[in-house]
Structures are given as C-alpha cells and as structure tokens.
Ligand binder design. Structure first.
Ligand code: GDP
Ligand code: MG
Length: 275
C-alpha cells in the first residue's frame, strides 16, 4: 500500500476534486499536564485538518492556555469523568468531522503520520489502527515489560477473536465518526485501545493497520502503569469474549455492572492530584 508523503504537509484528498468530496478530519488529543509537550506537537499538525479538540483532564499546568496560544481555533473540552478512555469518549462524541484521529499530546505519536490514517479510511477502512510492528513502524518508548505484555495480549486477542492484529495496545488510531456507535466506548482507562480493536472485530468492521513510529515522550512521565493497566486490559478481553455480544446490547443494569467490575481494579488519576 502506498501512502501520501508524510513529510510534506499535503492534503491527502487534494487530487480527488469534486468527484469525491473531501471528508473532514477532527484530531482528538487527550491531555493531562502536557504544557511542555504541546509546542512540540501542535505546530506539526497538518494545515488541512478541520478541527483540533483538546480533551483536558483538569491539568494542573498551563496545558489549556498553551494549546489556545498555539492553535487559536482549538476546541477545549473538559472530560466528564477520569482516565484516557473517558477523555477519548468525550472527544469522539464532540467531534464534528467525518473522520476522527486520536493523537497523544506527549510527542510520542507523530502528527506527520495523520495522512496515512486518513488515507487508509478513504481507501475503505472503517478503523485505521496504528501498528509499531509493521514495516516502517517501531518504538523508542516501549519498555521490555510493556513490549512483552503487549505481545502476549495481542496473541491472546488474535486467538480468542480470530483477528490478525500486530499491535493491540497503541493509542494512534483513526475512525469514521459514524462508526463510533459500533464501538460504543464504555471504558475509562488505557484499555480504550483494546476496546476499539475488540469491538471493531466483533462488529465486523474493516480494520487496516498502518505502520507508525512511536517516539519517546518528550517531557514528563507516562500515566500508564504496565501491571495495573495490563490487568485491566486482560479483564476487558475476557469480559468481551465471554459475553459474546457487545456490552452495548445488554440491558443497561447488567452493562453498568460489567463496567464497574472492569473498572474496579483501580481508578485512574484523580483530577485533584498534584503533578
Ligand atoms: N484527558 C486525559 N488525558 C490523559 C489521561 N491519561 C493520559 N492522558 C493523555 O493520553 C496520552 C497518552 O498518555 P501517556 O501517559 O503518555 O500514556 P502512554 O503513551 O501509554 O505512556 C497523553 O496525551 C496524555 O496526556 C487522562 O486521564 N485524561
Ligand atoms: Mg505516551
């Protein structure tokens, strides 16, 4: 598959003309104390995106002010709950464009790769899933523990769900906004990426993996805890497999109790925690 030249700021639809009207693109960026990283990310966004949504988790630094200074048209929303999954749910719900791209704010996911994701969707995919294990992808940010855990969980999912994912737990993804209903995000934490992959498989969506290079976070430390969040992901996989149907089709009460049991192990960082 060929991709538009990532290093040039081009609109992947520019050549389509009036025949294929260009779908609009929202970039959803969850932020938690990323003020020092945003200057390394926001200026690199392609000029042709239609919307930048920063979903802030009540940062204690100047994240919101820095985002507004760097991108005056930014839509800032504050997440209603806690955790990255909750932030992405709020951001995807708020997105007004046809396509939603999820991008980290810490400098680890490259804005220059956005055309690859958009291109994959334009070519017919429902979900474009970043992979650090395809040729052209890789990571400077994976510890041995995270690499091993991700490999094991990916294998487990491929066996249980008959999928062929190469990289389960990676936060760089894009989907058509109209497909968000099939995914129905109902997890709060870092298991969000796994949920996207599992629900997409179960809804028989067309998933295309896109090679992606994960850089090291520029400033600060990760909010992810490999053991705690790995456990949450494992519980989610078992839960999705044993229920055998989307949790969204279950009666509301049962669905809430499943959500509670998945979320029980720990709660993500509370909004009033210090830096
Ligand atoms: N709004 C919000 N963003 C979060 C939360 N946790 C992490 N993020 C953001 O999600 C992205 C990925 O988080 P990070 O801590 O780097 O996790 P890692 O990339 O898996 O190591 C970054 O942009 C974070 O600022 C949260 O609870 N709320
Ligand atoms: Mg990161």
């Amino acid at each position: 598959m060929s991709y538009p030249d990532d290093r040039v700021d081009i609109d992947p639809y520019a050549t389509n003309g009036a025949k294929n009207p260009r779908p609009s693109v929202s970039v959803v960026m969850p932020t938690l104390d990323e003020a020092r990283n945003l200057p390394h990310v926001i200026p690199r966004l392609p000029a042709w995106i239609d919307e930048l949504i920063v979903v802030d988790g009540y940062s204690t630094d100047d994240t919101v002010a820095v985002a507004q200074e760097l991108f005056p048209d930014v839509r800032v929303i504050y997440q209603s709950g806690q955790g990255k999954g909750d932030a992405l749910r709020c951001g995807i719900e708020a997105a007004r464009a046809d396509i939603v791209v999820t991008l980290d704010a810490d400098g680890s996911t490259a804005p220059e790769e956005i055309p690859r994701f958009v291109h994959a969707l334009a070519q017919g995919a429902d979900l474009a899933k970043g992979s650090r294990y395809l040729q052209g992808g890789g990571s400077d940010d994976l510890t041995l523990l995270r690499r091993t855990g991700n490999k094991g969980l990916t294998l487990l999912v491929n066996v249980l769900f008959r999928t062929r994912y190469s990289d389960l737990c990676y936060g760089y993804n894009a989907l058509w906004k109209r497909r968000a209903r099939d995914i129905d995000i109902d997890v709060d934490g870092f298991e969000i990426e796994t949920l996207l992959a599992l629900r997409a498989a179960r809804a028989r969506l067309r998933v295309v993996e896109v090679p992606s290079w994960e850089a090291r976070r520029i400033h600060g430390g990760s909010n992810l805890n490999a053991v705690r969040d790995g456990w949450r992901i494992l519980k989610l996989i078992v839960c999705e497999r044993t229920l055998r149907r989307p949790a969204s089709s279950l009666p509301n009460e049962l669905r809430q109790s499943v959500r509670r049991s998945v979320a029980k192990t720990s709660s993500p960082r509370s909004p009033d925690r210090g830096p």
